[in-house]
Design a protein around this ligand. Structure first.
Ligand SMILES: Cc1cc2nc3c(=O)[nH]c(=O)nc-3n(C[C@H](O)[C@H](O)[C@H](O)COP(=O)(O)OP(=O)(O)OC[C@H]3O[C@@H](n4cnc5c(N)ncnc54)[C@H](O)[C@@H]3O)c2cc1C
Ligand SMILES: *[C@@H]1O[C@H](CO)[C@@H](O)[C@H](O)[C@H]1NC(C)=O
Ligand SMILES: *[C@@H]1O[C@H](CO)[C@@H](O)[C@H](O)[C@H]1NC(C)=O
Ligand SMILES: *[C@@H]1O[C@H](CO)[C@@H](O)[C@H](O)[C@H]1NC(C)=O
Length: 483
């Protein structure tokens, strides 16, 4: 309460200077003093902002897009008004997740696509091979094999690495097996039957046979295992953005949208002794630049050099973050006239039958006629939206040749909504993991008045990101701020 009044007053004064400042370089500088400046208003940044606000901290969230929520995007079909979640849909059903939705007053429903999958037909989208559905006895046998694999995995793997949902608390010395190719690791622990499941649930986790075992395990922590056996949570409205609308209301004008960062300075500056720690200069369209003076900085954007390379990184920060590379993921809605069934992409010849990459995971009914959700994955970030659309058209031509989609689908398809989610799965090599990368990464927390959150620190799983905030980042920040 106190803060929202404070922030309104400060921001109002910034706004009133804007028109003057744009014409006169000598206009009064607009500045904001806060406890924590948060860069990135996505899953990690917004959750931390709410927790910090509740702890009595003054926060400001700096978001480059015109809405908060990061990968939680929704397309609403203009005719049917049915919302389709393009990015984030399901949350693991943990207490941390339940508490956060309850805190924001957003109703949830339990749901389990593992128990009741959407009806679909399977094809290899790159080869045009139909994959026949299993008969009931074969399906029951597969279910048994998967159940046994889950049991083996829980008993023999998760019990050894109980920290996977908490963060990358990789022990030192680094267990060698965490750097093995995941396919080999799964074979040793008798859970190979789970690999296609992991790939489907985490689309796209990388090549499931070859990613370091650490990332494979991170893609199936205790929270997901118990949700697969029990239930996931989804927003009861059917629109994941309900959560972010509630958060936006709660945070009010302490969120700065459409922001670009001009400058980040984390050294103590003369004259700012009381508040300083960090200075961030932010530009919003048609406004004078704002100078944010914060005691602490929370970086909640993917920490690649492309994103943070212009900040005042130390040599050791720069060296560490330069080790990251990422995958690509494009999500959207395809309108395919004449198609009325969901199609799943299954690799006929790949290990564990995962789809050929680059490629789609499937075309899944969005609830509106002829409209399908799609996710095109890439093994790098070096592609354009046009490249992804070309891949979908090629898949549709291949599928048309075997009668799976209308003959002209590759020509008639349109993309009412499409969005690039790169960089996705920001990770390092097995060699870097072995050399203690995660120990060094976690040592960044709190150093130079800076904290870090988001998928690179907690995995691509909102529940795990909020657990990382609640268990590690927020307690450390509160302690540092004396709250
Ligand atoms: C398509 C997709 C579907 C997913 N589905 C699920 C799901 O169903 N369930 C689940 O639990 N997890 C899901 N995830 C994984 C995970 O929940 C999300 O990836 C989550 O959004 C990651 O949170 P984050 O805070 O790291 O990043 P983000 O949520 O992406 O937040 C980063 C924010 O920072 C902003 N930003 C970036 N650069 C700057 C900058 N320079 N200045 C200011 N702001 C900047 C971005 O615009 C964004 O809003 C999904 C991920 C993707 C990509
Ligand atoms: C079911 O499929 C399996 C393997 O695909 C086959 O061996 C079996 O004969 C089939 N059973 C029936 C009842 O059709
Ligand atoms: C995996 O299964 C094999 C054969 O059943 C068994 O010998 C081995 O001990 C199992 N490995 C583990 C880690 O349980
Ligand atoms: C994953 O890597 C293995 C080994 O390099 C390769 O055989 C396989 O085809 C790859 N899988 C996919 C889906 O590309």
């Amino acid at each position: 309460m106190r803060f929202s009044q404070f922030s309104s007053a400060v921001l109002a004064s910034c706004l009133s200077h804007a028109s003057v400042a744009s014409s006169k370089a000598t206009a009064p500088k607009c500045s904001i003093d806060v406890d924590v400046a948060i860069i990135g208003g996505g899953s990690g940044g917004i959750n931390a902002a709410i927790q910090l606000k509740d702890a009595g901290a003054k926060v400001v969230v700096i978001e480059k897009q015109s809405q908060i929520g990061g990968h939680a995007e929704t397309y609403v079909n203009p005719e049917t008004k049915i919302p389709a979640n393009i990015g984030v849909v399901l949350f693991q059903g943990t207490d941390v997740v339940k508490k956060y939705f309850a805190r924001l007053g957003v109703a949830t429903v339990g749901t389990n696509p593992a128990a009741t999958p959407q009806e679909s037909k399977s094809y290899d989208f790159s080869l045009g091979i139909p994959i026949p559905a299993q008969n009931a006895s074969a399906a029951a046998a597969s279910q048994q094999i998967i159940a046994a694999a889950i049991q083996a995995y829980s008993q023999n793997v998760l019990s050894k690495y109980p920290w996977v949902d908490q963060g990358y608390f990789v022990p030192e010395p680094v267990p060698k097996e965490l750097t093995l190719p995941f396919g080999q690791f799964a074979q040793q622990y008798n859970f190979s039957a789970l690999l296609p499941v992991i790939s489907q649930f985490n689309w796209y986790p990388g090549n499931i046979s070859t990613i370091p075992a650490l990332y494979g395990i991170k893609s199936l922590g205790p929270g997901l295992v118990s949700s697969i056996a029990g239930e996931f949570l989804a927003s009861a409205s059917g629109d994941t953005r309900s959560l972010y609308r509630a958060a936006a209301t709660e945070l009010g004008d302490s969120v700065l949208l459409d922001s670009s960062i001009l400058h980040v300075q984390r050294e103590q500056k003369k004259g700012y002794a009381k508040t300083s720690g960090v200075t961030v200069v932010v530009k919003q369209p048609n406004q004078a630049p704002k100078t944010i003076r914060a005691r602490k900085l929370l970086i909640a954007i993917p920490p690649t050099l492309e994103n943070v390379g212009d900040f005042d990184l130390s040599d050791s920060e720069r060296k560490l973050l330069s080790k990251f590379s990422a995958l690509g993921y494009l999500a959207g809605v395809a309108d395919i006239p004449g198609l009325d069934v969901s199609l799943q992409n299954v690799g006929a010849l790949t290990p564990f039958n995962t789809p050929v990459i680059p490629g789609s995971n499937g075309f899944y009914s969005s609830g509106s006629p002829n409209q399908f959700l799609l996710g095109v994955a890439f093994d790098n970030t070096d592609y354009t939206i046009a490249d992804a659309e070309a891949i979908v058209r090629k898949e549709l031509a291949t599928l048309a040749a075997v009668g799976a989609v209308p003959a002209d689908a590759a020509k008639t398809v349109t993309f009412p909504y499409i969005s690039n989610h790169a960089p996705y799965n920001v990770r390092v090599s097995a060699k870097e993991i072995a050399h203690g990368f995660y120990g060094k990464l976690l040592a960044l927390e709190g150093s130079r008045n800076t904290y870090w959150t988001g998928a690179a620190f907690a995995g691509h799983n909102s529940g795990a990101i909020w657990t990382w905030n609640e268990g590690t980042v927020v307690p450390a920040l509160k302690k540092d701020l004396g709250l």
